[in-house]
Design a protein around this ligand. Structure first.
Ligand code: ZN
Ligand code: ZN
Length: 346
């Protein structure tokens, strides 16, 4: 597609640029997931390292805008907010813009920009495993693919999530008097765990730490069925024996968790693949459940979209760039600071 009416199409490196505020699409006049407040922002998803407050105009999926309003308040989620539907095309100045599902969390989108015959797709964060709480990743053929690289080392292989859920339920069956407290991030992982537990037949209440409730409410308002989710903070201690409690990762080993009945501490994250990391954090039951693509999925996706140029953002670029190089794909590290571990590193 690198052709336009007989004129050589300008390479995306000349019109999609890394500025201090973030990735800037010059012919469209907008930033993708800017790190500072800007005039026009296109947002891939509502995690706080990608969706920052205070932009003047924000374009995103309907779900992402709803999550942003819930997290940061109506007035900080963009002075004007514009929804772009899945697969719809919008002309923004000289660019054709479209959003395609990224399979990462509710509302998460890849941003496709076509300018004078060349298409760039910015993946945002993505995964290829099925997730009952969001639309599955849709590969979009392109000339430049901008990929995340959170788990871009061969050691990162994420087992099927339902296999990890089965391990959790086996532990609950083995220790019926103990509370299983599972650390998970508020947006995405929490709702995915609930949905996976329901799929696996767990129909008892799932108790929530207060910090997780708001994001679940947004999901429910958008039509997700998550079952009974009582607050863990007010529950009687005896009611929590044998129960599953979800809490932010930082809360599973603090004083809050110690009031639970002899808790089994679990954390659901791709980082749990690293055993020392689980051990150092006092995690008894590490669950390798990630909302990011693992090493195999990153490489398979790069091959599938067929872009001759791949730009790599937040994560471990070197190994991935080397691996794609052996397959004839040109890789380049996009050094954008500010994405990553903040909340979505797992
Ligand atoms: Zn991210
Ligand atoms: Zn994310």
């Amino acid at each position: 597609m690198a052709y336009d009416g007989g004129m050589a199409a300008p390479h995306p490196a000349s019109w999609l640029r890394s500025l201090p505020q973030g990735l800037y699409c010059e012919p469209g006049g907008f930033f993708v997931d800017p790190l500072r407040a800007v005039d026009r922002a296109v947002i891939t998803h509502a995690h706080s390292d990608h969706a920052r407050p205070g932009h003047r105009h924000v374009l995103a999926s309907r779900e992402t805008l709803a999550l942003m309003r819930a997290r940061m308040g109506e007035d900080r989620a963009g002075e004007t907010q514009q929804v772009l539907g899945w697969g719809e095309t919008l002309r923004v100045n000289e660019v054709e813009l479209a959003l395609h599902p990224a399979g990462h969390v509710l509302g998460s989108a890849q941003v496709a920009m076509t300018y004078r015959g060349n298409r760039v797709v910015v993946s945002g964060d993505y995964k290829r495993q099925p997730d009952p709480t969001c639309r599955g990743f849709e590969p979009v053929p392109c000339d430049v693919f901008v990929t995340e690289a959170t788990f871009a080392l061969p050691v990162f292989q994420h087992p099927p999530a339902d296999q990890e859920i089965a391990r959790l339920l086996a532990s609950v069956a083995l220790f019926p008097e103990r509370t299983h407290v599972v650390g998970c991030y508020a947006l995405g992982k929490c709702q995915r765990l609930i949905a996976l537990l329901r799929q696996a037949g767990w129909d008892r209440p799932i108790y929530l730490h207060g910090a997780l409730a708001v994001m679940c409410e947004v999901d429910i308002a958008l039509g997700q069925r998550l079952g009974e989710l009582p607050p863990a903070t007010v529950a009687e201690k005896h009611a929590l024996a044998g129960a599953i409690v979800l809490a932010p990762p930082g809360a599973v080993t603090d004083r809050w968790a110690r009031r639970l009945a002899d808790p089994v501490v679990a954390v659901a994250s791709g980082w749990m693949r690293v055993r020392q990391r689980a051990k150092a954090r006092g995690v008894e039951l590490p669950l390798v459940i990630s909302d990011h693509a693992d090493w195999g999925a990153l490489n398979a996706t790069i091959d599938e979209v067929g872009a001759p140029d791949v730009w790599v953002t937040h994560g471990q670029e070197e190994a991935l760039i080397h691996a794609m190089g052996t397959r004839g794909v040109k890789g380049r590290a996009l050094r954008l600071v500010g994405y990553g571990e903040e909340e979505d590193g797992g």
